[in-house]
Ligand binder design. Sequence first.
Ligand code: ATP
Ligand code: MG
Length: 443
Amino acid sequence: MVFIEIPPKAGRILSVLCENGYEAYVVGGCVRDSLIGRTPQDWDITTSASPEQVKRLFGRTIDTGIQHGTVTVMDGKDGFEVTTYRIDGVYEDGRHPKQVTFTASLSEDLMRRDFTINAMAYSPKEGLVDLFGGMKDLENKRIRCVGDPGERFGEDALRMLRAVRFAAQLGFSVTEEVKASIRALAGTLSRVSAERIQMELVKLLVSPRPQWLRLAYECGLTAVFMPEFDRIMAQRQNNPHHAYTAGEHTLVAMQNVPADKALRLAMLFHDMGKPQVFETDERGIDHFHGHAAYSEAIARQVMKRLKFDNETLGMVCTLVGAHSRYPKLNAFDVRKTAYEIGGADLFERFLLVKRADVLAQHPDVIAQKMDYLGELEHIWRDVKLHGDPLSLKELAVSGNDLIADGREPGPAMGEILQALFLEVLEFPERNKKEYLLERSRGM
Ligand code: ATP
Ligand code: MG
């Protein structure tokens, strides 16, 4: 007998539904995660009650996806998605089910789900409902479709990328049958919206195994939504700094940064411009001069295509564009670089990017480059300790101070502030109002 500890608030929702004569189970990801000792992200509930009936039973609800049968039941600050048993209608275009039909049968609801490990339900009263061998697949650590993979991917092509994403998150293998099916149908992923692809890609990248993006590549999926990645997988680097192709180096470099969205994306894109600047010299050594700017342009293009938000896009592009900078080992150049990159937070991410990049290079060059990075980090710690100004906001005079001092507002004032700031970057001890006002009068 399997036992799953359900959080009290979710348990209460199940009880209320049951006491009112409905069936109700926790389902999907939370059951899967509980069974393998992972902490579930959220507890989804599936029920025979209709959305209207659910709304009548609970005080505070939100119509999250009422047309698909989902109502969010609120308990304090926590929300639980309660979805009526449903059968997904025909997927018109490989995008959305044309319509969903509610059903009275739990088994029909479980049948519409993508993978066996995601198609189990549990209730304290009934125990585990596992109709497709999900438990066995969890034990064998494998991703298998509910039913025929070709058919299931035909209904919703995103499931192909989801298979790879779950494999990467859980460390599971994808069955040969599923892989073969993905290879055959990979092209149909082009019908799926950019937003849905982006969500799965990010989950894959921030998983403990971002390098499993290789599986998406091998099955032909990246060729559909990110052919730029396929190009670096084929990009040789016959160069003393490198031990792998640009693509394999990228996969290693992604593992070398913490599981943070912007950092993993920055590593994904950091060398994508290499094929565009690839040159071989007379000794047969490959060079990629100025690749960072090309990588940044590709990052921008791909992230726009995949509809990333502007904040993530901006941060990732900055890091990619800056990754091959080598600030000089003095406090002034470190402050100047931090300022140019966009401040302390970005500079710290820049340090993480550089470290990850170096650690994925040829063993022969790692030690020497790590010495440089260690020194750079040391200088940075001092800069932070001193609290040296790194942005115009931290300058001891503002535009208003200049106006109060008799200066006409206008474009010239911006230039003066800029000039004062550059001086302070070099000599932080001069960041004093009196001194700077005096300086400005001669400008
Ligand atoms: P997590 O939320 O931890 O990423 P999850 O398993 O909860 O994992 P979701 O994408 O939140 O994944 O989906 C919840 C459940 O809905 C899944 O476990 C699965 O049963 C079902 N599901 C989600 N998307 C699909 C799909 N495209 N096709 C079939 N079933 C799906
Ligand atoms: Mg979920």
